[in-house]
Design a protein around this ligand. Structure first.
Ligand code: NAD
Length: 361
């Protein structure tokens, strides 16, 4: 039986990397029945939304999605399709491994981090207030009355909230992941010294959950210190669990440690559904140029194969990707010593090389 998977190519460079990724996934011999769904700037123009309901309905049917990046116009009031998708399907865990592979140009060796980011709350919950609206004025009045803080009405506000339930399940997810994947340590990352109530609740809940996993080391770090530590001594860290915003930032930082966004995969996982996508965005300036690196989405495909229990195919595809990286020939501009290196190949040629390699494995 082929695996039914919702395929969302996305926009910008998404369709090119999605096409390349589907080709290599099919070349593993695993059979897929793709349910192709459009989301992004084109559906915004045609249907007035970046995330049509059909996309959600399709994932509810197939239970698994493979997704290219989707552009979020900055400051235009349009909610991110990515954030909405994760919220509507309750894909509460964003799993972003960052691993150095031979051949990647990085300042570091032997990095093997796993970022577990809470995906549904925090400043990304999308609860925002615009200046001059009656509801914002009401909120400012309440804040003034209950806290004594007189906030400048010529301002706007985004709400950060963190719950015990969401923190418990993300920290448990991190520990369960650590246990299942034989990892040694979980580090909870926070800013509880300043946001004593919201991050404080995240931290105290994480401490509680950690007690249920005596076989796994546990510690916590303040997020600014964490950034410096990751740059100075990343080898000390293993699985990191973070609230939404810090998780987003630290996963890009970790992608930088291993050689760039072109090779950083991700998964959004909930109790019922899972959507696999690269960490990077739609890189719109390169759209349609057959230029960007499809490997981050291909590594996300490896994660999807494991989720579908196609372990042998996952291992073969990962091995093929590792070999291509180690050889450094059939790779895109971002993995070359200089971005204008004339020997860089295009998106689709990377897929050709991976497929060729899969035939020998
Ligand atoms: P981006 O990740 O799209 O690009 C930043 C830079 O990283 C690019 O200019 C390029 O130099 C490099 N890069 C990214 N992907 C690459 C690849 N596959 N190969 C080679 N180089 C690559 O980040 P951005 O410019 O901040 O965001 C562009 C749009 O993407 C925004 O609208 C943003 O909201 C959206 N975005 C979407 C997702 C998602 O769909 N999950 C994630 C992040 C950003």
């Amino acid at each position: 039986m082929p695996h039914a998977v919702t395929l969302i190519p996305g926009d910008g460079t998404g369709p090119e990397i999605a096409e390349a990724t589907c080709r290599v996934l099919e070349a593993t011999g695993v059979q897929f029945s793709w349910d192709m769904q459009q989301a992004g700037v084109e559906t915004l123009a045609k249907q007035g939304t970046v995330l049509p309901d059909e996309v959600i309905e399709s994932i509810k049917r197939t239970k698994v999605g493979l997704k290219g990046p989707i552009t979020t116009p900055v400051g235009k009031g349009q909610r991110s399709a990515n954030v909405t998708l994760r919220k509507r399907l309750d894909l509460y865990a964003n799993l972003r491994p960052a691993k150095t592979y031979q051949g990647l140009r990085s300042r570091y060796e032997n990095i093997d981090l796993v970022i577990v980011r809470e995906n549904t709350e925090d400043l990304y919950a999308g609860i925002e207030f615009q200046r001059g609206t009656p509801e914002y004025e009401e909120l400012l009045e309440l804040i003034g009355r209950t806290t004594g803080h007189q906030i400048d009405p010529n301002s706007a506000m985004s709400i950060k909230y963190i719950s015990v339930a969401a923190t418990r399940r993300i920290v448990k997810f991190a520990f369960e992941y650590a246990r299942a994947n034989k990892r040694r340590k979980v580090t909870a990352v926070h800013k509880a010294n300043i946001m004593r109530l919201s991050d404080g609740l995240f931290l105290s809940t994480a401490h509680e959950v950690a007690k249920e996993y005596p076989d796994i080391q546990y510690e916590d770090r303040i997020v600014d210190n964490m950034c410096m530590q990751l740059v100075q001594k990343p080898e000390l860290y293993d699985v990191l669990v973070l609230p939404n915003l810090y998780g987003d930032i630290i996963s890009d930082l970790s992608a930088g440690l291993i050689g760039g966004l072109g090779v950083a995969p991700g998964a959004n996982i909930g109790n019922n559904y899972a959507v696999f996508e690269p960490v990077h965005g739609s890189a719109p300036k390169y759209a349609g140029q057959n230029k960007v690196n499809p490997m981050a989405m291909m590594f996300s495909g490896v994660m999807m194969l494991r989720h579908l229990e196609e372990r042998e195919a996952a291992n073969r595809l990962e091995k093929a990707l590792m070999q291509i990286l180690a050889e450094g020939k059939s790779v895109t501009y971002d993995l070359k010593p200089r971005p204008d290196d004339p020997s860089a190949v295009g998106t689709s040629q990377v897929a050709d090389a991976v497929i060729e390699r899969l035939r020998c494995l």
